[in-house]
Design a protein around this ligand. Structure first.
Ligand SMILES: CC(C)(COP(=O)(O)OP(=O)(O)OC[C@H]1O[C@@H](n2cnc3c(N)ncnc32)[C@H](O)[C@@H]1OP(=O)(O)O)[C@@H](O)C(=O)NCCC(=O)NCCS
Length: 145
């Protein structure tokens, strides 16, 4: 698996949107393509690609400050889940940003995925709230500077 950046509006970005739609939106009866994605050009997109250059997992990082990024839209292809790819893309993303002095990673986790993030060192920092119609909690991971 190769971890690499995805350029906004590239062919890989189209694959990323298709993956996000399939894994994160359609199971909720929603469509990613109904959303305004124009602001995503200012966000950093990453993917894990297999040896056939097929996108297996994706995540987006939004710079919050010089030392913090917020992660969003983490998704692993349905038939590749629970094989370590989620942990791998999270680790690779953290390593990428640690080199740029980022020490705080935050995200809004679906409650159904809390256990996954906890296994990678994220902790819940607040109460539950609803996003895209389902319960979420804010989680954070601090890296020793
Ligand atoms: C949640 C998701 C990103 C995890 O990625 P993954 O590749 O399936 O997970 P991994 O195989 O890397 O799992 C790493 C560890 O977390 C555990 N884990 C994975 N998904 C979990 C979940 N939903 N709840 C609790 N633990 C979970 C695994 O069992 C594994 O534990 P182990 O080290 O003890 O064996 C992926 O399953 C997914 O895309 N799910 C649907 C979309 C989603 O919920 N995205 C997150 C939105 S906040």
């Amino acid at each position: 698996m190769i971890f690499r950046k995805i350029d906004f509006k590239s062919e890989d970005y189209e694959s990323e949107c298709a993956l996000r739609d399939e894994v994160l939106r359609r199971p909720l009866g929603l469509s990613l393509y109904d959303e305004d994605l124009s602001g995503e050009g200012a966000q950093l997109h990453f993917g894990l690609f297999d040896s056939n250059n097929t996108l297996s997992a994706c995540v987006i990082a939004v710079p919050v400050s010089a030392h913090e990024v917020k992660l969003r839209q983490m998704a692993v292809q349905s038939d590749c889940q629970l094989q370590g790819l989620g942990r791998r893309i999270l680790n690779d993303l953290e390593k990428f940003f640690e080199k740029q002095a980022v020490v705080v990673f935050s995200l809004h986790a679906r409650l159904s995925a809390l256990g996954f993030y906890e296994k990678s060192g994220y902790v819940v920092t607040g109460g539950e709230f609803i996003e895209v119609g389902i319960p979420h909690a804010k989680m954070i991971k601090r890296i020793a500077a």
